[in-house]
Design a protein around this ligand. Sequence first.
Ligand code: M6R
Length: 365
Amino acid sequence: DKGNFRHFMQKEIYEQPDVISHTLSSFFDMANGRTRLPRGQEVDFSKINRMVLSACGTGYYAALTGRYYLERYARIPCDIDVASEFRYRESPLSGVDFALFVSQSGETADTLASLRHAKAEGLTTAAVVNVDESTIAREADIVWPTLAGPEIGVASTKAFTCQLTALAALSVAAGVQRGVLSRDDELTLAKALSEAPRLTNAVLKLDSLIERLAHDMATKRHALFLGRGFNYPLALEGALKLKEISYIHAEGYAAGELKHGPIALIDDTMPVVVIAPYDRVFEKTASNMQEVAARGGRIILVTDERGAASGVVKDAELIVLPDMPEILMPIVYALPLQLLAYHTAVHMGTDVDQPRNLAKSVTVE
Ligand code: M6R
């Protein structure tokens, strides 16, 4: 039931504050600000030498963000690959003792085959999974559930932000166990994560502003998405969302890769969505934006109050989010990208919930 919403995707975007809050509650004891893994699914992170992560599509972008989290907060060395490559790559797994898979449906053929491959190689396997009755949930040694509820729209939205939430929380738990984070750090990060429902709610208030920007996006043939660091996987996810449901050709890049090729595409017909909160790499991304602006590219800058105040590009379209701690950025910044893709597709009249050629669950390779 779509309730008052026009599409399941729109409903699922709006459910995010609630489902993120549910997902958080399974990884945190909010009363005392401590992380705790779901009962029976505990892991001794201090014993992990090296981890491999794998998934498909949006789950892969969540896992890519997970690598940033696990390396930053828990100092766990991570390898990552899309599942369709991982299962056949025959990569030597020496030194790797733990494999983490991310899947909404828990039925994706390549992800399941990768899980079986990792098990056969003797790794401990864990899955961040949304459907708890799924094959992946049954076969993984450890299951860390996301509590997004059923996701109907083919374009994943709430499952993605719940995956990010789970991965952020797991990284904090791992960091504490490995002695990378102190008790104070844990409290600070837990408190930061507990703000996710409030902040995602605040971002939903920008809906009509984003809808206006989408009018213009709907007239374009191509778009570029740029981000750095924690927000680089979001550039990939923003581009995937747009291409899946609006059929506009969109590419996501690490901002630093701009001058290694994609800058050749920039002219005044090319919108460039830049995800750049005022974080430790903002200045770097700011110079990429100047390169785009100098070539007539039209920038949509998703940033925060400080990023907007920096006045880096004069005539950029701005989507200004509240200031927030770094750990929250991938989770909260996902929403404006989802809304941009959604409204663009609605303007274009495509079938938002059932885009052409796509299936919700890809059970064949
Ligand atoms: O169910 P899974 O998370 O394993 O699915 C993986 C991908 O097929 C999925 O994320 C796909 O890319 C979505 N359509 C993205 O919106």
